[in-house]
Design a protein around this ligand. Structure first.
Ligand code: ADP
Ligand code: ASP
Ligand code: MG
Length: 440
């Protein structure tokens, strides 16, 4: 028997009319049994996501002891959703209780999680399905990672006897017993957790685009749709900024080999994109699968003659970063040079200066230079390793667009080439690479 887990994102929950579409999608296929929802997102460009308003509520609670004007926005939004859906549901009692708890708990994660809580309550009502609160079934361990075995069991226990169920995405219960959220966009992870727990045939991720596109549609006009990609390609692209799917969503489903199907709520008949476990994946034949970019990295460049003969050189540099608890993204290296690429947000509050000082003391480099405001752009595809001249084409395209390359890292997986460029060149560079490999 096929079981589909469907996650609907923020734009699919934006108002009552879109939620009616969601109901039609679910009811059109009896295998769509378990539903995970995000908080209502933007209805039009310039609108504010419910989750962002909730973070504002929390700031009000911190400043004045209780939320005020912001919670009225939440109240109005959910009241109009219920009105548009024309359902008989006393949303105001749920909102009163939510406001009371926000003011009592004074906790950022709890407050932020209420968008998902409220939209799941409404969706369960719309579908006549069981509401299962994520705080009762999704657990984190003491390191803050999701506790798979415990969550799997709790999800299955809660589902016993339920024909259909709705779960709020984005949060679970932390090791300290309190509500804890994933990072932003984390409802994708919740969907994957439920899919894994029920051993779903497929994890359908419903959003506002007709699939995973070869690059960000906000950068290139109507990029080509990727018909199928592997978990590995997904991981590379989503980690590097293709945030149509949270980069951690593959971990829960990977072991169980559950495919992820990206679908468009607004064009449900479109084919979408299938993300397949690497074992089943057959490459499409194209050299490049997709391109993604992410801004705001810092590159520390270190040069020292005969570096390659100095046993422990790299370790000494990295131990400085470890000392300051700073994660490293990439370490491209040459004979006498190495660079360390770090997310700039991890180097705030004087950490960069401390690290540079630490590196000077640890290895006495001949040259120590820092490039801030660097964007990383990943060109990803299984076809890249077997195709001669891919990097030549990539660099030619960048040169023709007058984009200066600050750093190159060809991953050992041979699945990607990552280049570092100035933040301001990021979009231009993505467009140039796209044109080279996909035309126009
Ligand atoms: P949801 O609210 O459904 O979770 P998101 O806003 O998180 O949706 O993700 C969908 C958005 O991701 C799209 O509207 C698109 O603007 C953006 N996006 C960025 N890169 C890509 C890509 N490579 N393919 C498709 N969409 C992308
Ligand atoms: N609502 C949360 C956010 O805006 C989680 C999600 O949409 O997946 O980040
Ligand atoms: Mg999302």
């Amino acid at each position: 028997m096929a079981v589909k887990v469907c996650k609907f994102g923020g734009t699919s929950m934006a108002d009552g009319n879109v939620m009616s579409r969601v109901r039609n999608i679910i009811e059109s296929d009896k295998d769509r049994k378990y539903v995970v929802v995000s908080a209502p997102g933007k209805r039009y460009s310039g609108d504010v996501k419910i989750t962002d308003i909730l973070y504002q509520c929390h700031r009000e609670v911190e400043e004045r002891g209780a939320c005020g004007a912001s919670f009225e926005l939440i109240r109005n939004r959910f009241n109009s959703i219920v009105r548009e859906l024309n359902i008989d549901f006393d949303i105001n009692s749920v909102l009163d209780e939510t406001e009371r708890r926000i003011n009592a708990e004074k906790d950022e994660d709890f407050t932020a999680s209420r968008g998902e809580y409220l939209s799941a309550r409404v969706m369960a009502e719309v579908l006549g399905a069981k509401f299962i609160d994520a705080e009762d079934v999704i657990f984190f361990d003491k390191n803050g990672a999701y506790a798979a075995a415990k969550s799997d069991k709790a999800i299955n226990d809660a589902l016993r006897g339920a024909e259909k169920a709705v779960f709020p995405g984005f949060y679970g219960r932390g090791y300290n017993g309190k509500v804890k959220t994933f990072s932003r966009g984390g409802s994708d992870i919740s969907g994957a957790i439920v899919a894994r727990a029920v051993n779903a045939t497929v994890y359908e991720n419903w959003t506002d685009v007709s699939g995973f596109l070869a690059c960000d549609p906000r950068i290139v006009d109507s990029p080509r749709r990727i018909k199928a990609l592997s978990y590995k390609e997904l991981r590379e692209l989503s980690y590097m900024g293709a945030n149509v799917l949270h980069s951690e969503s593959i971990f829960p489903v990977r072991k169980a080999n559950i495919p992820i199907h990206i679908k468009n709520t607004f064009r449900p008949e479109d084919e979408g994109t299938l993300i397949q476990p690497s074992v089943y994946y057959t490459p499409s034949g194209s050299i490049v699968t997709g391109i993604a970019g992410k801004k705001d990295f810092t590159v520390i460049f270190i040069e020292k003659s005969l570096m390659n003969y100095q046993i422990g050189f790299v370790r000494k540099v990295l131990s400085v970063l470890e000392k300051y608890n700073v994660p490293v993204e990439h370490i491209p290296s040459g004979i006498d040079t190495m660079s360390v690429v770090i997310e700039s947000s991890a180097l705030k509050d004087g950490k960069l200066e401390l690290i540079l000082q630490g590196i000077k003391e640890a290895v006495a480099p001949d040259v120590l230079r820092v490039n801030e405001d660097i964007a990383l752009i990943a060109t990803v595809g299984h076809g890249m390793s077997s195709s001669v001249g891919t990097s030549a084409r990539l660099f030619k395209a960048m040169a023709e667009a007058s984009v200066n390359v600050r750093m190159i890292d060809q991953g050992s997986s041979e699945l990607n080439i990552i280049v570092g460029v100035k933040n301001e060149d990021c979009e231009k560079c993505i467009r140039a690479i796209y044109r080279e490999f996909f035309g126009n």
